[in-house]
Design a protein around this ligand. Structure first.
Ligand code: ZN
Length: 378
């Protein structure tokens, strides 16, 4: 159950009550692809850095280890020892971007596993069954994420099919939730808006999927090659046609600046691999922009990664030491950078929530965007 607590312009401050606890929004979900955050970060760590929602990838868990085994082990929450909300994606994005040779039909998609090349079929029902076996808090609808540069004609047909798939997802999820041995009988299904950069297709699709009265809606198919301006334009046009009294999730986005802009356009759920991926390469976030700890200027720098940061790394270690670990290829160096970066994102969301509550989001956004550009200006 989603409660809209406050609005400030289009920015939303809400909370989503789930069987695994209440999510305060806007929220950044921490991406743990195969039920682990890359960079040797555990669920114990996630609690320490203020993570509200962990996100796992259906496709990856299905092809390796397998959702049936995870169900036997009591579901994903028990398996990875995480009692807070988990969101699973539908597998659609990986099927369309990662898997080899694929064939799309009305029933679903046949593709080859990127691990062992075996043929797998996945349609709306299969995706729901896998996510039901995992027992996540929030399951995502199975959709096709058309390339950003796809022709209009292709996008129209693809979106129409995605709409039909969504009705099948809803029906199958209801059936699975009612089974006696289901892991999470209260699993929530979010629908996904598609339509590439064509505003009219997006709007029409948003209206159609809203009629299904799902517990939440995502905007998908962005951050796949279009410009930031195109993405903001799509949000300006589309979000007003998604229900305001439901959570709105922008999939796979993005930089701190992207998040600040998208919150201002009514988005309240985010996920992105940037903080963990950048961390693994020694790129760390600060209020004033991203820095590369491999740079020689940090060799004797006895300040924390970010001054004033309350993360476990910044409270205990210097830039010089973290840089040394990275240079020595010690796993600890990566781990520290990922921990700091995820804390940075989680903490940014906390500041965003505070600014909306106090009705000063617009000024807050402007100030933060300027600060983030500090290093780039030099
Ligand atoms: Zn820190």
């Amino acid at each position: 159950m989603y409660r809209l607590l406050k609005t400030d312009g289009r920015a939303k401050r809400g909370e989503l009550q789930t069987v695994h606890g209440t999510i305060q929004t806007p929220v950044f979900m921490n991406v743990g692809t195969v039920a682990a955050i890359k960079g040797a970060v555990s669920t114990m760590d996630l609690k320490e850095i203020g993570t509200q929602v962990e996100l796992s990838n259906t496709y990856h868990l299905h092809v390796r280890t397998g959702d049936k085994l995870i169900k036997e082990m009591g579901g994903l929450h028990k398996f990875m020892n995480w009692d807070r909300p988990i969101l699973t994606d539908s597998g659609g994005f990986q099927v369309f971007s990662l898997a080899g040779l694929r064939k799309i039909k009305e029933e679903g998609v046949t593709f080859q596993s990127h691990i062992d090349g075996r043929k797998i079929f996945m349609g709306p029902e299969e995706s729901m069954q896998i996510q039901s076996n995992l027992g996540s808090t929030i399951a995502m609808a199975f959709d096709e994420c058309a390339p950003a540069k796809a022709e209009r004609d292709y996008v129209e047909k693809s979106v129409a099919r995605t709409t039909r798939w969504l009705a099948r997802c809803k029906k199958e999820m209801q059936r699975l939730n009612s089974l006696p041995d289901t892991v999470n009988p209260n699993q929530l299904l979010f629908g996904i808006n598609q339509g590439a950069v064509y505003a009219d297709i997006r709007i029409d699709h948003a209206k159609r999927i809203s009629e299904l009265d799902l517990p939440g809606y995502a905007v998908g198919g962005l951050a796949v090659g279009e410009t930031h301006e195109e993405m903001y334009h799509v949000l300006d046009e589309t979000v007003p046609y998604l229900p305001q009294d439901k959570p709105t999730y922008l999939m796979g986005v993005g930089t701190p600046a992207n998040i600040l802009e998208a919150v201002d356009r009514g988005i309240d759920f985010f996920d992105c691999v940037y903080p963990s991926r950048n961390g693994r390469h020694g790129h760390v976030y600060t209020k004033f922009g991203k820095i590369n700890l491999f740079n020689a200027q940090y060799e004797k720098d006895d300040r924390p990664i970010e001054e004033g940061c309350q993360c476990p790394v910044c409270k205990n270690y210097t830039r010089a030491y973290v840089r040394h670990l990275l240079k020595a290829k010690e796993m600890l160096g990566m781990r520290f950078c990922v921990l700091h970066n995820l804390y940075f994102y989680n903490h940014l969301m906390e500041d965003i929530r505070g600014a909306i509550e106090e009705g000063r989001y617009s000024a807050f956004k402007k100030e933060r965007l300027e600060m983030l550009n500090t290093y780039d200006k030099k």
